[in-house]
Design a protein around this ligand. Structure first.
Ligand SMILES: NC(=O)c1ccc[n+]([C@@H]2O[C@H](COP(=O)([O-])OP(=O)(O)OC[C@H]3O[C@@H](n4cnc5c(N)ncnc54)[C@H](O)[C@@H]3O)[C@@H](O)[C@H]2O)c1
Ligand SMILES: N[C@@H](CC=O)C(=O)O
Length: 493
């Protein structure tokens, strides 16, 4: 069935870019097909914009900025809350669009719509709390303080694994701060971004404030980075592309926020019930078929419970079902494309050739060419790709450790530093690991760790800056210091 026929509101399925409040095709008629990763069916086509059209998007944002930043914070809040209400009202259609273009199971897509909408509500409110400060003056008869002002136009470049929430977590913060945004979504998943644009328009977000540009990724991103009128770049994606974008933004000295790759360790202490820990590890590994920056990539289990843990993990993993995300109770959908399947296979081959044991993962059972069956490797070592690289696939690597110091050394043995998981009930061990782990986020005895109130982000080569929480909006604000001199009577106040 065509995607638009599946929707209650077919106007949410748009095959254009969205610039200055207008649906637009490419000036040269260039297009790209978007496919359903579960079936290979072409879902639709998107235009590839030309350089002059990207520049026109910046013109539109520049013009719209004047009025948007002049609104009161509560006026911007109302428009963002109207957007939030529309996301909620259309959540089923948004989830269907996401499952068709990204592949994730429908319940997970519904969860992402809820998650993505929650950032809009959060930042709508946070926009009203962008407080400056007063500074006790060291200058006679002067009043000192700070104001918070929007940084200017923000370019947002986002990945395909969370096609909606990775946009709203940035866009709502920027728009609440008073900034217009130009979104460049991943070409695999443009339709969620375009549905967001349709709903932004219906919510009364003025033309030029929320723009979606499409085109060749490297070309469009370079144009956005080179553009001096764009003052901030926020990127979520791989560390490889993040490095490239920092370089490209250097010429115009932009504010750069980066949410990059992860290589999360999942540490299981000797005091844990192997079954409880194994079930949690399966949940932390296989969300979004392992295509999650928070996925437990390296599972480190104390040697005293290693074998029992592996047995429980394998049993739980065997119960996971793989198939089209639209089908009933599926746990894992497809990977995003064939190259991702080939990369997963090469990571498994590399591990086995270096001595890992393939406990489970028969790829002959895969229900289609973009699917990868959940795979379990034991005896993984730092020499293997499964250890060094973010595998971004349903491939779990387990290894045993002797003591806490060895677990810490293993966990930190990576260039990444996004998220880590710790499972133990020993408070001394918890505190020791929490302090020693070189990660921006540590979840103890919990798989779920994200949401609007938390500062999401990584250290080392997993990124710069934080999204969400009370500081997320700061990525889009400048601090202006003021000194009001010669006031006559304020000294000593
Ligand atoms: N830290 C986080 O919050 C977070 C969240 C989601 C995903 N991720 C990371 O994203 C990665 C997976 O997503 P992906 O495959 O879409 O990442 P990616 O880096 O390949 O692509 C991300 C975005 O950059 C664009 N892009 C690709 N090549 C480019 C180039 N040469 N120049 C400029 N732009 C380019 C893409 O079109 C897309 O819009 C993983 O590493 C994952 O960990 C991180
Ligand atoms: N699950 C992450 C996205 C990573 O890929 C999030 O919650 O932001």
């Amino acid at each position: 069935m065509t995607l638009s026929n599946m929707l209650d509101d077919p106007r949410l399925f748009r095959q254009y870019a969205y610039v200055d409040g207008k649906w637009t095709h490419g000036d040269e008629g260039r297009e790209d097909a978007v496919v359903d990763p579960a079936t290979g069916e072409v879902l639709g086509h998107i235009p590839l914009l030309e350089a002059a059209q990207i520049s026109a998007a910046v013109d539109a944002a520049e013009a719209a900025y004047v009025h948007w930043r002049a609104l009161r914070a509560d006026e911007r809040c109302e428009r963002l809350l109207a957007w939030y209400d529309l996301l909620q009202a259309h959540r089923e259609d948004l989830a269907l669009i996401m499952t068709r273009e990204q592949g994730k199971p429908l319940p997970d897509a519904r969860g992402e719509v809820e998650y993505g909408a929650s950032f809009v509500r959060w930042f709508a409110e946070e926009g009203k709390r962008t407080f400056g400060e007063t500074i006790p003056s060291h200058i006679p008869n002067a009043a000192l303080g700070t104001l918070k002002e929007p940084v200017g136009i923000a370019a947002l470049i986002t990945p395909w694994n969370f096609p909606l929430a990775m946009i709203t977590r940035k866009a709502a913060a920027a728009m609440a701060a008073g900034c217009p945004v130009i979104v460049k979504p991943a070409h695999e998943t443009p339709f969620s971004a375009l549905a967001l644009a349709e709903l932004a328009e219906r919510a009364g977000i003025p033309a030029g404030i929320f723009n979606v540009v499409l085109g060749d990724a490297a070309e469009v991103s370079k144009l956005l980075c080179d553009e001096d009128r764009i003052k901030a770049l926020s990127f979520t994606g791989s560390t490889r592309v993040g490095r490239l974008l920092i370089e490209q933004c250097a010429h115009t000295v932009k504010r750069v926020s980066l949410e990059l790759g992860g290589n999360a360790p999942f540490i299981v202490g000797p005091d844990m019930d192997p079954k409880e820990a194994a079930y949690a590890a399966v949940a932390a590994k296989f969300q979004t078929a392992g295509q999650d920056c928070l996925a437990a990539n390296r599972i480190l289990v104390h040697e005293s419970i290693h074998d029992a843990f592996v047995e429980q993990f394998a049993e739980r993993m065997a119960a996971l079902s793989v198939g089209n995300g639209l089908d009933g109770e599926v746990d894992l959908g497809p990977l995003i494309h064939r190259q991702a399947v080939e990369k997963a296979a090469s990571i498994v081959d590399d591990a086995v050739s270096r001595g890992a044991t393939l406990v489970a993962g028969d790829q002959n059972q895969a229900p289609g060419e973009n699917f990868f069956m959940p795979t379990l490797l034991t005896g993984v070592t730092p020499q293997m790709k499964v250890w060094r690289e973010e595998n971004f696939a349903p491939v779990a690597g387990i290894t045993a450790y002797r003591d806490d110091d060895e677990a810490i050394e293993m966990a930190n043995d990576t260039e990444y530093g996004l998220a880590a998981y710790v499972y133990t009930h020993d408070i001394r061990r918890i505190w020791k690991l929490l302090r020693a782990l070189e990660y921006g986020m540590v979840a103890v005895n919990s798989v779920k760790m994200t949401g609007p109130p938390v500062p999401f982000g990584g250290v080392k080569q997993s990124g710069l800056g934080r999204e969400g929480g009370v500081t997320g909006i700061d990525e889009y604000l400048e601090t202006k210091y003021y000194c009001l001199g010669a006031l006559g009577s304020v000294s000593g106040s």
